[in-house]
Design a protein around this ligand. Structure first.
Ligand SMILES: [Zn+2]
Length: 419
C-alpha cells in the first residue's frame, strides 16, 4: 500500500535522488530546498516519490493507494534526536522543586541527588520496568515529531547496570518501530565506590565494561563526559583509541561548564560529534573550523533544553554557523538536567535563544542530526529511497509558524517507516 500526502502547502529539505548532501554547514543551512504545492509518496517504509502537484501522476491503482489531504499543511523530515539519556528509573521532579525553593545543585547532590541518585534507582529497577518507561518516552517524543533516537547508558556505573541499560535499548529496538541508536557512556560520572579516584573507575570502564559491551554488540557508539571533576581530555583520547579497535565511533560531552581541551581531544580522536559546547572559546571555535576544512570534523551538537532547565548559557549556535560550520540540535532528554524530549520546543529555543533562522534550526534537527549519527545516507532529508520518517504538520500559515508558536504541538502525525 502506498501512502500519499497531497496538496501539501510545503515540503522541506527535498532533494532529487543522489542530491542530498550528508550535512549542511554555514550559509547553506538557511538555503535548504523547499517545494510549495507538493505531494509525497511513501511505500515499503521508503520515500518513493515527491514533486509539485501539477506533475502528479494519477495513474496509481486507487485500491493500492491511501491518500491524505495535506491542504494547508507541511511535510518535513522527522526530527532525529542524536543525544538523549532516555533509559532511567525515576524522574527527579522533587529535586526540581527543591531547586525552585533555593537549593543549589551541589546541595542536592550532597543530599544524595544527581546522577548518583539516578544510578541507585536504576540499579534497583527490573529490566522490564525500565523498558516500559523507555517505550512510553519514545512514544511521547514521536508525538512531537521525533522519529529517530540515540540513547545513552551512563546511569549504571557498574558493569552489570551498564549492560542492563544497553540491553533495555536493544529490547526497545524490537518493540518500537522507531530507529534507535545505543551509546555506551560508562564514563558519565564517578560512582561513590571510587569517589575522588577518577582513574580507578575509568580503568574499570576501559578494561571491564567496554570489552563486554563490544563483545555483546550492545552499542553503536561510545561517549564520555569530559568536564572538571568528571573525566579528562586524555581519558577521552584513551577511550576513543580503545573503542576504535572495536569499530565503535566516539561521541563526546564537552564544554558544558568549562573549556578544558575536550574539543581538541575529540578532533584528534576523529569523534563523530561534540555535544553541549555552551562554553566555547575563540580558540575552540577556530580549532573546530580548522578541523572542518576537510568537511569531516566532529558535528557540533547544541542541547538548548538543557540550557533552559539549568539556566546556563546557550550554545553559541549563531557563531558556530557564521564560522561556516554545521550544527545539529538534540534534546539531551534526561531526568536531571533536561527532562523533555520535545524537539519542537528545542526548535523554538534555537530560534529565540540561539538566533537561528527557522530553516537553520530545522536542518539542525533533521539532516545534521542524522550526520551526528553517521546515518545521513539513510535518513534526515526527503529523497527517493531514503527511510520514510516524515512529519505531517497541522494546518500552519508558514514553516516559521512551527517555532513561532513555542510550546504548541503542531505535529499532526510522525510517520516512521511510512506508518
Ligand atoms: Zn547528555
Amino acid at each position: 500500500m502506498r501512502t500519499r500526502l497531497e496538496n501539501l502547502d510545503g515540503l522541506a529539505l527535498c532533494y532529487e535522488k543522489g542530491q542530498s548532501p550528508a550535512f549542511l554547514a554555514g550559509q547553506a543551512m538557511d538555503q535548504a530546498p523547499v517545494l510549495r504545492q507538493a505531494y509525497l509518496d511513501m511505500e515499503g517504509g521508503r520515500i518513493v516519490d515527491f514533486g509539485p502537484m501539477n506533475a502528479l501522476d494519477r495513474s496509481q491503482d486507487p485500491q493500492a493507494l491511501r491518500v491524505i489531504d495535506g491542504q494547508g499543511r507541511w511535510a518535513l523530515p522527522a526530527f532525529i534526536d542524536s543525544h538523549t539519556h532516555l533509559v532511567y528509573a525515576h524522574e527527579r521532579s522533587g529535586e526540581f522543586e527543591q531547586r525552585m525553593r533555593g537549593a543549589t545543585y551541589a546541595e542536592i547532590a550532597a543530599a544524595g541527588g544527581g546522577i548518583l541518585h539516578s544510578a541507585q534507582a536504576l540499579e534497583a529497577m527490573p529490566e522490564d520496568a525500565l523498558l516500559q518507561g523507555l517505550l512510553k518516552r519514545l512514544n511521547q517524543a514521536r508525538n512531537t515529531g521525533t522519529a529517530v533516537v540515540e540513547i545513552k547508558s551512563g546511569y549504571g556505573l557498574t558493569l552489570e547496570a551498564e549492560l542492563k541499560m544497553l540491553r533495555v535499548i536493544q529490547r526497545a529496538k524490537t518493540h518500537s518501530r522507531q530507529p534507535l541508536f545505543a551509546t555506551f557512556l560508562g564514563a558519565h560520572a564517578v560512582p561513590a565506590r571510587h569517589a575522588g579516584n577518577t582513574d580507578a573507575y575509568f580503568h574499570e570502564v576501559l578494561t571491564d565494561m567496554l570489552p563486554r559491551v563490544a563483545a555483546e554488540g550492545l552499542a553503536d557508539f561510545v561517549d564520555l563526559f569530559c568536564e572538571e571533576h568528571y573525566f579528562r581530555p586524555d581519558q577521552l583520547r584513551a577511550l576513543a583509541d580503545a573503542a576504535h579497535s572495536y569499530g565503535l565511533p566516539l561521541k563526546a560531552h564537552v564544554n558544558q561548564f568549562t573549556s578544558l581541551g575536550g574539543i581538541q581531544a575529540a578532533i584528534a580522536s576523529g569523534a563523530l560529534s561534540v555535544d553541549h559546547l555552551e562554553v566555547l572559546t575563540d580558540q575552540d571555535l577556530a580549532d573546530l573550523a580548522a578541523a572542518w576544512t576537510g568537511q569531516t570534523g566532529p558535528m557540533p551538537v547544541a542541547l538548548p533544553g538543557c540550557s533552559l532547565f539549568l539556566q546556563i548559557p546557550y550554545t553559541p549556535g549563531r557563531r558556530i554557523i557564521d564560522a561556516g560550520l554545521p550544527l545539529a540540535i538534540a534534546s539531551d532528554c534526561n531526568p536531571g538536567s533536561a527532562p523533555s524530549a520535545n524537539l519542537a520546543l528545542a526548535w523554538a529555543l534555537s530560534c529565540h535563544q540561539m538566533k537561528l533562522t527557522p530553516m537553520e534550526a530545522l536542518v539542525g534537527l533533521t539532516l545534521n542530526g542524522a550526520a551526528a549519527l553517521g546515518a545521513s545516507d539513510r535518513m534526515g532529508s526527503i529523497q527517493r529511497g531514503k527511510e520514510a520518517h516524515v512529519i505531517l504538520t497541522k494546518p500552519i500559515s508558514s514553516l516559521a509558524s512551527l517555532p513561532y508558536h513555542f510550546g504548541e504541538n503542531l505535529v499532526e502525525h510522525t510517520f516512521v517507516f511510512g506508518q
